[in-house]
Design a protein around this ligand. Structure first.
Ligand code: SIN
Length: 470
């Protein structure tokens, strides 16, 4: 990826890094002022950012916005998409392309009203302190429209970060058009070919007035993503949270692809009910390892995959028959259970009863003595998520807690639920990110295994499962 930093080139507006909390400085005006003038001393909690999407239809704006919100939620940062199309649909649910022609005054009026309603709700959302980052998902394709949004946000001390998705890769545009015609609420119940043609005409109407972000707007904070993943132009990034969003966007691509997830085959520790360790896979785990290539072929066809495992024996042994390039990641090792490593849940409850209860009370935040919490795991998995976003078709063979965290990222599972999700052994999961949601398929190998799922409050030994599948 080629990265151009417009600030770095002229050196007048350096990208600022996050400064530690200014505990001795009174909050309020000083902090607000300093954000505007020097970009330092900003506390994440004090920041409000409106990320304004810019671009023609079918340039992946909704996908980018949805993904970024999922990522921020995963990092415990409250964020929300305000989609102007959704507001417009209350008055005009199924418009034809003419509605988007700028010489159609009624269409213009209704579209402006939808944008105003979305911005008003967004400002209210910030005022009620419901979140830190809002994504205004619309074309915002003219300079006038962008200036209006910026001035409106300024009135309420909301920072703006414009994100333009420019794309001339015909294959990418086509695949977006195909997806929109089958999934957009605008075309529900319509013939897919008629829908695709109408959508192309809609794009043409937008093209007539579209203005890319250029030098006239050099006072704006913006990122231009050119053919998402190929080139990035960054201008006037002002603080830590903005740079965090930009860093994520820089790693994205929107080519169609899937991600496959599997736990290792049943291990000898699974059989004895012990947690952690570096045990070999059991005989049934070995059967799963041998079955996995067939299961993957059924699901992925001829697609070439790359296999990621942890550095622990049970994942490497499970993946060893897969006919693809393999990469071992320390970051994919199982959650570190510290002093409890190698113990059964029964032993932990007996030896550390208070800790056992504390973990049940708040499993996401509980950190094993000398080990990790789920929250710690999410932090160590961030580079994995970035690399996953940059990659195409990947199969990850890993461990229960790690898989829960990766799955939670793709499926937007809240923190209070993710550590309690059941992710069975001997099951291949396929995730396919789409514009509006991630599709999921589960393929049980039908090879028996114990269930390592532990319900809240239970210290029972792992139970035998008939099918080892779901
Ligand atoms: C829409 O009405 O679908 C979106 C309006 C826009 O972003 O221009």
């Amino acid at each position: 990826m080629e990265t151009t930093d417009a600030n770095g080139v002229n050196g007048t507006h350096p990208v600022h890094s996050f400064s530690p909390k200014l505990s001795s400085v009174p909050q309020g005006d000083f902090i607000r002022h300093s954000r505007k003038t020097n970009g330092s001393g900003v506390q994440a909690d004090d920041t409000r950012i409106c990320v304004v999407m810019v671009g023609l239809p079918a340039r992946g704006k909704s996908l980018i916005a949805q993904k970024a919100v999922r990522y921020l939620h995963w990092l415990s940062i409250k964020a929300k998409v305000f989609n102007v199309g959704q507001y417009r649909r209350t008055a005009t649910p199924n418009p034809s392309a003419e509605f988007f022609d700028t010489s159609n005054p009624e269409g213009e009026r209704l579209r402006r009203a939808a944008a105003e309603a979305a911005v008003a709700d967004m400002v209210k959302w910030f005022k009620e302190r419901q979140g830190l980052i809002a994504f205004l998902d619309a074309t915002n394709s003219t300079k006038d429209r962008r200036r209006w949004i910026q001035e409106r946000c300024d009135q309420d001390n909301i920072e703006t970060l414009f994100v333009e998705s420019k794309c001339d890769d015909e294959d990418l545009i086509m695949s977006n058009i195909l997806e929109v015609k089958t999934t957009s609420p605008d075309y529900v119940g319509q013939d897919p070919e008629v829908a695709a043609q109408d959508f192309r005409n809609r794009i043409r109407n937008y093209e007539k007035v579209y203005q890319t972000i250029d030098e006239d707007e050099s006072d704006l904070t913006y990122v231009k993503l050119i053919n998402v993943g190929h080139q990035v132009i960054i201008n006037r990034i002002q603080d830590y949270l903005q740079s965090r969003v930009v860093y994520y966007l820089m790693n994205l691509h929107i080519k169609p692809r899937s991600i496959w997830l599997s736990r290792h085959g049943e291990s000898n520790f699974n059989l004895s009910g012990q947690i952690g360790g570096d045990a070999d896979i059991s005989e049934r785990g070995e059967l799963y390892a041998r079955r996995l290539p067939e299961l993957v072929a059924q699901s992925a066809g001829d697609t070439k995959l790359t296999i990621w495992t942890s550095t622990l024996k049970r994942t490497i042994q499970t993946a060893r028959f897969l006919p693809f390039e393999k990469l071992e990641w320390k970051a994919l090792d199982e959650l570190d259970s510290g002093v409890c490593d190698g113990m059964t849940y029964g032993e932990i409850e007996e030896k550390y009863p208070e800790d056992f209860k504390a973990r049940d009370d708040d499993k996401y935040n509980y950190r094993y003595l000398g080990g990790e919490s789920y929250r710690d795991v999410v932090i160590r998995l961030e580079p994995i998520i970035m690399e996953l976003e940059r990659s195409e078709n990947i199969l990850i063979v890993t461990h229960q807690a790690i898989l829960r965290c990766i799955y939670a990222y793709f499926m937007n599972v809240p923190q209070e639920r993710s550590p309690w999700m059941e992710v069975p052994l001997h099951t291949l999961i396929k995730l396919t990110p789409k514009a509006y949601k991630t599709e999921e398929e589960r393929m049980p190998a039908k090879i028996p295994a114990v269930s390592t799922f532990r319900e809240k409050g239970s210290s029972a030994k792992h139970q035998e499962k008939e099918e080892g599948g779901d």
